[in-house]
Design a protein around this ligand. Sequence first.
Ligand SMILES: *Cc1c(COP(=O)(O)O)cnc(C)c1O
Length: 408
Amino acid sequence: MSDATKSTQFIDMEAQYGAHNYHPLPIVIAKGEGVWVWDPDGNKYMDCLAAYSALNQGYNHPRVMKAARDQMETGVTLTSRAFYNPRLGEFLKKVSEITGHNRVLPMNTGAEAVESAIKLARRWGYDKKGVAEGKAEIIVFNGNFHGRTTTIVGFSSDEDYKKGFGPFTPGFKLVDYGNLEQFKQAVNENTVAVLIEPIQAEGGILIPPAGYLKAIKDICEEQQILFMADEIQTGLGRTGKMFAVDHDGVKPDVFMLAKAISGGFMPVSVVTADEEVMKVFDPGSHGSTYGGNPLGAAVATEAIQVLIDEKLPERATELGAYFVEKLNAINSPHVKEVRARGLLVGVEIKRESGVARPFCEKLKEYGILAKETHESVIRFAPPLVITREEIDWALERIEKILTTDAPV
Ligand SMILES: *Cc1c(COP(=O)(O)O)cnc(C)c1O
């Protein structure tokens, strides 16, 4: 078998047996190290997607790998929550330390964390705020992305996410992201929570106006509403702070974290809050078989400690600023705007120049993996362990693709 057929075979097998709910770029990642990946044919690429920011610590991080191995070797990877395990407590403590919340609920995927937060907010609304049974409302935002369950897609504003999946869960009110007046008008006595991404990443790297998150938080405090921050993609160093809300000096009542919390090793997510809120969950009210499993807990504890020890948020600030400065210096006829915070970078392609996908395909030819979001935006979100030299390597190629070698 010639080498070149290896990737093709893997791609064909996925296509033959898999549900076709994705449209991947035709590259098979078979090996990874830091920001670099290799396909089975030996071609090397820089990964500038980092699994939608799950790989902030980079591929094959030695410390996280060791934590995973050590835990696996104990022979205990899953106990269920019917019993205690020796890893969960330290994980919850670590999450509590970085979030400042004193209660942590472990789940697995991001969508599960969001679902759990919705249940938490509703029950809190009935038990603590005194909202009439069945009337709780949660304010959400046009352009949101919170995952793919039926409840979550039901309050999406994107037809692709929801078409044909109804009927949907009621109790959500959509308002425009960044529009404070609309938010104020949506609030009423049944509002139990606002569910917000501090930056809409899937929505196209949309950063709300300065002071917007703070203004919402102030209203939440006045009106006894939970401010629930979905930091599944923006959290854990990506934007240059541990959490994106830190840029606005906002302390949410509830955090949802996933993705980079386990450094890309396995699905681990959490919902965090203070006891006053979290206590509405009592035994029997919520759960997950794999939630809080010792393997995930061991991996995630170490993955968080790596973020802290390697100062990855600070790196994101410094290298993000450098990357954006250089991107802005590229004189491209195709770029409408560069939007960024830390190493979460969106390059919006002008409408006249078509969509972002051909640019991503061209980037792949040049050895850079990036994925378009919202049709017109190329997202660059490399692992935060990237070096300045590696950014320079990428910039050289990105410049060509945005100028002389553009696919349009
Ligand atoms: C990825 C993501 C989710 C969903 O996480 P899954 O693990 O894919 O379920 C939710 N919210 C945001 C902001 C995300 O980026």
